[in-house]
Design a protein around this ligand. Structure first.
Ligand code: FPP
Ligand code: MG
Length: 321
């Protein structure tokens, strides 16, 4: 990425952060916690994708339209709302290196705060929506995210969960939001919608999202790397992710190990069978390659400078493998 492009993206992302900092709620009981949540943003990968696809749709030059920036902030808010609720469901004590809301202020506060952030996301998107298709896509994606979570919930502690079932669950709970981020950028950044660009955004977002969740699931077993979150949480919660499902497929006796409800035993098993993590990483890598191929196939729709920047995001994600 050229220095100029890097500066431009940084300045776009600063505008997104300012938008999040400027967010206020009139609901008195939770104003302080609302502020803290919105100020402690993460890497903002989803917002970055909104911005880059917004640039891809509208040309690279000049100041990015304010609606793309607002949309990027709103997508980040949707993500945050799902995390606040997710941490209640997963009984997670820390996120982004901070104690989670439900541990500091209780479940009631976490549920209200998630609701508040979600409802503001909806209000903002309704204010900037360029079409009813845009709103329909936002709403149906939220349904998909909840659907993915519910698939995961239904499979808790089930050692007979299939690989396809897992892929469907993460496709809903995670990939759908990545897809929405890319589509939101295209829809808000376009003067006239290009169907090829929409298709690229859709496929690219899906593949990056799948890779991202698989890597997040692998990271849960990687005790050596700090992710700002606790480790061995998934298996402790009865959520069997790709390395565990591959282990079960290779050796059905792993079900006995899982029934002992001791995450350390599962971690030891994965240590003894490093190919399980490697095969999981390969699956994530294949999705990242597919995402890359989506960009290559749409060189006409994208300007090469934006392709380079989007590839840079892919490189950053790949670097975590
Ligand atoms: C993180 O997964 C959670 C998600 C990707 C989605 C959570 C969605 C919901 C709780 C339902 C929808 C909620 C709203 C407000 C619409 P993870 O637990 O695998 O990742 P983690 O390690 O980051 O917790
Ligand atoms: Mg979780």
């Amino acid at each position: 990425m050229s220095v100029q492009q890097e500066i431009t993206l940084q300045s776009d992302m600063r505008r997104v952060v300012e938008t999040l900092h400027g967010e206020e709620t009139s609901v008195a009981p939770y104003r302080r916690e609302y502020r803290q949540l919105l100020d402690n943003h993460g890497k903002m990968i989803r917002a970055t994708l909104v911005v880059l696809f917004g640039r891809a749709a509208g040309g690279n030059a000049g100041k990015l339209d304010g609606q793309v920036i607002t949309g990027a902030a709103a997508i980040e808010m949707l993500h945050l709302a799902t995390l606040v609720h997710d941490d209640v469901l997963d009984s997670a004590p820390i996120r982004r290196n901070q104690p989670t809301v439900h541990t500091t202020a209780g479940n009631k506060a976490a549920i209200y705060l998630g609701d508040l952030i979600l409802s503001r996301y909806m209000e903002i998107m309704a204010q900037i929506a360029p079409s009813t298709d845009f709103l329909r896509e936002q709403a149906s994606t939220v349904c998909e995210i909840v659907g993915g979570e519910l698939l995961q919930e239904a499979a808790r502690h089930n050692a007979e969960t299939t690989l396809d079932y897992y892929r469907k669950a993460i496709g809903g709970k995670t990939a759908a939001l990545f897809r929405l981020a890319c589509l939101t950028g295209v829809r808000l950044g376009s003067q006239a919608l290009d169907p090829a660009l929409l298709e690229t955004a859709r496929a690219f977002g899906d593949h990056v999202g799948m890779a991202f969740q698989i890597m997040d699931d692998i990271a849960d077993f990687d005790l050596a790397h700090d992710t700002g979150k606790p480790k061995l949480e998934d298996v402790a919660d009865g959520i069997y992710t790709l390395p565990v499902l591959l282990a079960l497929r290779d050796n059905p006796d792993v079900a006995g190990l899982l029934s002992r409800n001791d995450p350390k035993l599962v971690e030891d098993y994965l240590q003894l069978h490093p190919e399980l993590i490697r095969r999981s990483q390969d699956e994530a890598m294949r999705h990242l390659d597919e995402a890359d191929a989506c960009l290559a196939g749409s060189a006409d729709a994208f300007q090469s400078a934006t392709i380079r920047q989007i590839r840079d995001v892919l490189r950053r994600i790949r670097g975590q493998l």
